[in-house]
Design a protein around this ligand. Sequence first.
Ligand SMILES: Cc1cc2nc3c(=O)[nH]c(=O)nc-3n(C[C@H](O)[C@H](O)[C@H](O)COP(=O)(O)OP(=O)(O)OC[C@H]3O[C@@H](n4cnc5c(N)ncnc54)[C@H](O)[C@@H]3O)c2cc1C
Length: 417
Amino acid sequence: MIENNHEVPGYQLLAAHRPAVVVDASTSEDIRDAVRLAVAKGEPVAVQATGHGLTRPLDGAGVLITTGGMAAVEVNAAAGTAWVEAGARWRDVIDAAAPYGLAPLSGSLPGVGAVSYTLGGGVGVLARRYGFAADHVRRIDLVTADGELREVTAESDPDLFWALRGGGGNFGVVTGMEIELVPVARLHGGTLTFDVRPELLETWYRWTAGLPEEMTSAVAVLAFPGHHVAKVQIAHLGSGKDGDELLEPLRALGPLADEVREIPFARSEVVFGEPDQPHAYRGDNLLLADVEPAKLPALADRTAAMCVVGLRHLGGALSRPAGIPNAVGHRDAGYLLGVLSPTSPEEVPAVRARHDALLEPWSAQAVGRSLNFLFDDVDPGKVESAFAPADYRKLAALKAELDPDALFRANFPIPPG
Ligand SMILES: Cc1cc2nc3c(=O)[nH]c(=O)nc-3n(C[C@H](O)[C@H](O)[C@H](O)COP(=O)(O)OP(=O)(O)OC[C@H]3O[C@@H](n4cnc5c(N)ncnc54)[C@H](O)[C@@H]3O)c2cc1C
């Protein structure tokens, strides 16, 4: 334990925790003791695994639990599951599962923490085939506001198990979770890079309409000064031959670069090619029932500066209820429209205005927002919009029961209600 008052940096450089106390946890007991200490001090608890999702830094008071020292992953190949400690990144899970021909439902960047990603739902590279990461959790161990370490399963505590999977870090500090792995060793995937042009987005959108669930794809327009490209991001479960047939209509548009090929799943980060170095960014999103093609050209505007506009194709297994119900909202969404800009602190207001201007025309098709793709100061309305209204009320009631004083400073707070 370190008595602190300096900044603890993470991946998101726009903010940093400045806690009164830092506990670099090595064990579940360390986490339990840290929560009890915060209760005794009457101060909040925050958790940091990697800082990718940092939105509510502690500012001078509170106990920060860092979990980077708890990154163990234990694979049970016979059961097709893994026990994942609080601070494990997807990279740790991918590498532990790969020797058995297994894979987790990880996302675009393996440097992201597995626990928080999963608590927020988790839309990964295999999403259309297997659904949300939160749909594949068997057990979650966590320390609740009463300072107790609980093993939570569908049988032991159905309401809390429902809430944790989709409701984020509002109900306690997770020490580890048991997740299901999927039998995936290889992927036909990568990117097709195009010169930006409006018809490209429409062709991609129309192409997605007839796809099997084995194909998960997205398109991103990257607008950097003097350098505007569109990347179609492909993750196909199947043979290269089948994948190549599916990709014909896109390749017919003449990509500048074609990097789609058969790869081990352990290289899945090439599909999205996101930066793994810490930087400062802001981002927002809308979950869309469907895409209106007439609005697509505005997303491919060559004049836009320093902004990544992405559309992810959802549906497939994402649209079906989880085997054991959970709090993940808006399974009816067909697409995720995300905007993300690198920014300096001074530019944040202008970046927000640009993001609002890009998203506003799509509000009529929006069914809500995805928590995991909100990268900004907390807006309570946006957090609420991630859930079905009845689910949000149920989450708030559970928060009132389990953490009435809002001890846990989750990145997406659900106030006790
Ligand atoms: C580059 C990039 C790519 C991404 N790609 C995807 C993607 O493909 N799919 C997707 O669904 N999401 C994606 N995300 C979103 C990501 O899942 C969230 O930002 C997630 O919160 C990051 O978790 P972390 O542990 O890495 O971050 P941290 O900032 O360390 O944690 C974020 C918050 O999670 C909570 N938390 C962390 N650990 C615990 C714990 N042990 N117990 C309880 N609460 C905890 C805390 O509230 C904490 O403030 C991406 C984010 C980035 C920046």
